[in-house]
Design a protein around this ligand. Structure first.
Ligand SMILES: Nc1ncnc2c1ncn2[C@@H]1O[C@H](COP(=O)(O)OP(=O)(O)OP(=O)(O)O)[C@@H](O)[C@H]1O
Ligand SMILES: [Mg+2]
Length: 271
């Protein structure tokens, strides 16, 4: 792969049977190591896009057509088997409700172990080392008693950290986070937001950060794409988007904000 080539470059249309088309000619690229925010109102097609990128739309009886260039290779023709090798290792997904994504009957350690074994064949010790390192990275207690807990013994914020840990276990170059903080209280939201920013910085991970909340998107993204009714309205550097929104729709979103945005946690910490 050439260095200047984006990680992901897509051009997609998608939808569901007997429904108005959910995505119309959406063109987007995610560059290596950047946080790209995707913001838009409920029902505009954000989750559809996330699932389409991972070629999981069939699970919701949806369809997609176009191209998904992953490091220059089109994923569209790939079969499910090939996609399984990619998911989790090359690109991972974090969803909105952590509690429903975890299996309530299995210990945290078991679930993380299973996720690790999907793409690794090392010894038990190697697995444990990877799990401990991951727990540390997502600011959870890196100790055995924690791994022995069941999901019901975690707070929702801890459960979300476990899922984020699961997503970064194989150091995927791309993380797709679909409303990862909406089930959390406001303080935990801010902490998880910081965590994404830190992971992107430390692991050099590209993140597609999806949210209806323009303020949280502004806080961690270098660029923001605005989506309305299945179309990308504009996609610009974050600060530029706020100071010089080109489109009426973006202006409306900004005007509706209760307070002024704080730009990029990342840039502020570096400066
Ligand atoms: N399984 C499905 N079957 C039929 N239509 C669906 C399905 N899932 C989503 N849709 C429709 O596709 C459109 C886009 O939905 P999508 O879930 O992608 O929106 P979203 O931007 O993620 O919304 P939210 O912010 O509420 O999560 C909506 O009109 C929705 O009703
Ligand atoms: Mg959604």
């Amino acid at each position: 792969m050439m260095d200047h080539e984006p990680l992901l470059k897509l051009h997609l249309s998608a939808g569901y049977p007997e429904r108005p088309q959910a995505l119309r000619d959406v063109q987007l690229e995610v560059r290596r190591g950047e946080v790209l925010g995707l913001v838009g109102q409920s029902g505009c097609g954000k989750s559809t896009l996330a699932l389409a990128i991972l070629k999981l739309l069939h699970l919701k009886r949806g369809w997609a057509k176009g191209t998904i260039l992953w490091r220059g290779q089109d994923l569209m023709p790939l079969r499910e088997r090939a996609m399984r090798r990619l998911r989790g290792r090359e690109m991972a997904l974090v969803l909105q409700s952590p509690m429903s994504a975890l299996n309530p009957a299995l210990r945290i350690g078991t679930q993380l172990e299973e996720a690790w074994k999907l793409h690794q064949h090392g010894s038990r010790a190697a697995c444990e080392e990877a799990l401990m390192e991951t727990l540390e990275q997502v600011s959870l207690p890196a100790e055995r008693p924690f791994l022995r807990r069941y999901p019901a013994q975690l707070s929702v914020g801890q459960a979300q950290r476990v899922l984020i840990g699961m997503a970064v276990l194989h150091r995927p170059p791309l993380l797709i986070a679909d409303e990862p903080t909406s089930a959390l209280d406001i303080v935990t939201q801010a902490e998880v937001l910081q965590l994404f920013s830190m992971l992107s910085r430390r692991l050099g991970m590209g993140i597609l950060y999806i949210s209806h909340d323009l303020l949280s998107v502004a806080a961690i993204s270098q660029r923001v794409a605005v989506i309305d009714q299945g179309r990308i309205v504009e996609c610009r550097a974050t600060e530029e988007l706020f100071t010089h929104p080109a489109q009426e729709y973006t202006r409306k979103l900004i005007a509706a904000l209760p307070v002024a945005p704080r730009f990029e946690v990342r840039a502020r910490q570096v400066a």
